[in-house]
Each structure stands twice: as C-alpha cells, then as structure tokens.
Design a protein around this ligand. Structure first.
Ligand SMILES: [Zn+2]
Length: 387
C-alpha cells in the first residue's frame, strides 16, 4: 500500500461542488466532483447535533487544525473519504450555508455573513490528508486499525466497511435508514440507534445465530436481502403476537435466541398479558427483564426473575425462635433434619450453616416476609430447590 501526504488542499478546495443530502443527512461529493464523501461503507453523518458540527467550524475559525484526514485513491483515479467524513460534512454544510454557529453575542452566523478575514481564515485553512493507494484488502485491514478521530467506529460499522458491497448497501437502506417508518416499532424491542447500525447489527445477529461476520462474508455480493428481512420480520411479528404489551424492559432482550427456542410453542396472548402485568407489579421480582423468558419457558425458571431474598434481620429472628424451640424439644433446629433418622436429627446448626427458605414457594404465591420464612440447613435448603 502506498500513502501520500497532501498538505496544500484547503477547505475551499474540498467545498467546491459540495453536495449534501438533507434527507439522508449525509455529505455526498466534494473537491470539484473528484471526492466521494460518503462511500457506502461509511457511517451515516452523526455530527449534526449542533455541538460536534459546530465544534468543527469553531476550530477552523480559531485556526486550529482538524486532525488527519484519510482518502483512498480508487482505480478510476477518484477519491473516497476513509476517515474524516464527519469533519468534512460539518465544514461543507457551514461553507454552503446549511449550518449556522452562534457568535459571542448569541447571534446565529452563517458563512456569508462573516467578516472577510474570518471567511478567508476558514476557506484558506489547509487540511492534512493522507491518500492511500493499494489493494482493497490491504486498505480495509488498515482501516480497521487506524485510530479514528472523533467518534470511533463501532464493530458493525467496521464490518460494513470490510464487507462493503451490494448486500451491505441494500441492508443499510432497510435497517440504517431513519426515514424507515418501521423504526419506531422495532425500537420497542431493540435498543440502540439506526445511525450507529444497531438495528442492522441485530437483524444480522438474529438471522446468522450470532455469526455476523460469517454471514456478511457469505452474502457480500448478494443483490437482495430477502432472507435477512424475512427472518427479522418473523421475529418482530412473533414478539408482538405473543406479547401484546410493550414494556420498556423488553428492549434489548435476546429475542433472536428466544424466537429460536419458543416460536413453535403456542401461547394465549391474553393469558400472557395477565401474567406479564402480575409479574411487573410483583415487588418480589427484582429482574423485570427476566419476566418474558420466564413466561415463555412455562414459568419454571425462577432464577430469571431474581426473586427478592429475605432480609438479614428476618433470618436472624427466625433463627433465634427456631433454635430456642428446637433446644427445648431436644431436636435439630433444621425442621427437616429433625424429621429424619440420621445423626443430624438433634444437631443445632449455627446461623451461618443455614439458609432462609420460603415455606410456601414464591412461585405458588408465598411472600418474602417473616411469616413465610423458615431456616433450613444448607443441604436441605438446596435439596428443596423450588423457592
Ligand atoms: Zn437439615
């Protein structure tokens, strides 16, 4: 791979022919048409928050450098931005009147309204650009390792770069597009943001059973995303079919795994909804996120719910009462040991050797308070299991 350092290209040079797509929120072309600002593998423009984009413009106004920018020289002699898209789009929007910054008096200032000396300070600012030429694979490998200024690329953004092609383009069109009307529905079950590729990542994770890298490699040159889209929609439809409630605790669960495990089991949505509501309102359920899998699994695995345990003071007073009565009767203070025929029948356990048990199991309606607490030796407590 060959790299060339360019230090004589100015902001004004790059802004010649700058095209910004307002709808998709991305800078498209610049440098008199020679430069593609957002190649398909690049992230969406996420500096447009009135802070990071403004900070870029302020840096230029103050005469500060913008840091290294990387271009790739393509086979047809054109250039693509490898790193620096966010910065270029920010100053491009300012230079072309699509972004204003507040001055010291809080007044919005557009480029055209600036004093001439300030205008030329911005326009004449020289950029530090590395141009890379070489095999696609070398450039992509290198792209993976360069330390990227601003917001670092996340894992999915890197994968999009590595496997750029028809499949990624089509997949981004569906899953990385904030204009997609389905995004709101998906957000009920998937956490993260469209711009940072979290929906695409989830869709790929589901269809590939966790092998995103392998799936992207295999489908790289596919011209459609039918399988990806169909599978994703099946999971979403299944969730909303089984669970008519939308609870914030549902967001970000491992729906792909739950779908694979349970989608062939029939559920009555009304019954499911009643169970969800009861468990959401149950003060003993500490892990509300576990409710959905608990119900799907037939309400067996109470570990998913992290049921609130007895307080230390409750355990201590129950221990004291139990031990006093057991000593008087000459039997073990573990009621189950006391019923047995072994050596432990008369054994008085120390507090540390015992655990608290729900007399009536929580899953059968037993409360976690002193009236439902008994102390058992650790062996019997473990053996009793269902608490
Ligand atoms: Zn015992």
């Amino acid at each position: 791979m060959k790299t060339t350092l360019l230090t004589d290209i100015s902001v004004e040079d790059i802004c010649k022919g700058f095209v910004y797509n307002e709808l998709e929120g991305k800078g498209l072309f610049g440098w008199g048409g020679k430069l593609t600002i957002q190649p398909e593998y690049q992230r969406n423009y996420i500096y447009a928050d009135g802070k990071k984009d403004v900070a870029v413009v302020r840096s230029l106004m103050s005469g500060y450098p913008l840091g290294l920018i990387y271009f790739v020289k393509t086979a047809d002699g054109r250039y693509e931005v490898l790193d620096g898209q966010q910065r270029i789009t920010s100053f491009g929007r300012f230079r072309t009147g699509k972004l204003a910054v507040k001055d010291a008096n809080g007044m919005e200032q557009y480029y055209d309204g600036l004093a001439d000396d300030l205008k030329s300070r911005i326009s004449d600012a020289k950029l530090t650009i590395y141009v890379c030429e070489g095999e696609e694979s070398e450039i992509k490998e290198w792209f993976k390792t360069i330390n990227i200024a601003g917001v670092p690329l996340n894992e999915q953004e890197l994968l999009n770069a590595i496997y750029s092609g028809t499949f990624v383009s089509a997949a981004k069109e569906e899953f990385s597009n904030s204009q997609n009307a389905n995004v709101q529905k998906w957000s009920a079950y998937i956490s993260g943001s469209v711009n940072r590729q979290d929906f695409l990542k989830t869709a790929l994770d589901w269809v590939s059973r966790g092998n995103i890298d392998g799936y992207m490699s295999k489908h790289r040159f596919d011209t459609d995303i039918n399988e990806l889209k169909t599978y994703f929609n099946s999971v979403i439809d299944w969730i909303s079919g089984v669970f008519s409630d939308v609870e914030s605790e549902m967001r970000g669960l491992e729906w792909g795994r739950l779908y694979e495990t349970y989608h062939k089991t029939p559920y009555d949505p009304v019954e499911v909804s009643n169970k969800v509501q009861a468990l959401m309102a149950d003060p003993f359920v500490k892990n509300k996120k576990g409710i959905f899998e608990y119900i799907l699994g037939g309400e067996q695995d109470t570990k998913l719910l992290d049921i609130r345990i007895f307080e230390e003071t409750t355990k201590r007073s129950v221990y004291t009462i139990q031990t006093k009565m057991a000593t008087e009767q000459g039997v073990s203070n573990c009621p189950l040991c006391a019923m047995g025929h072994e050596a432990n029948r008369t054994r008085i356990w120390k507090l540390a050797e015992m655990d608290a048990d729900h007399v009536s199991a929580w899953s059968k309606g037993g409360a976690t308070d002193i009236s439902n607490c008994q102390m058992l030796c650790k062996t019997h407590n473990r053996a009793k299991g269902n608490r």
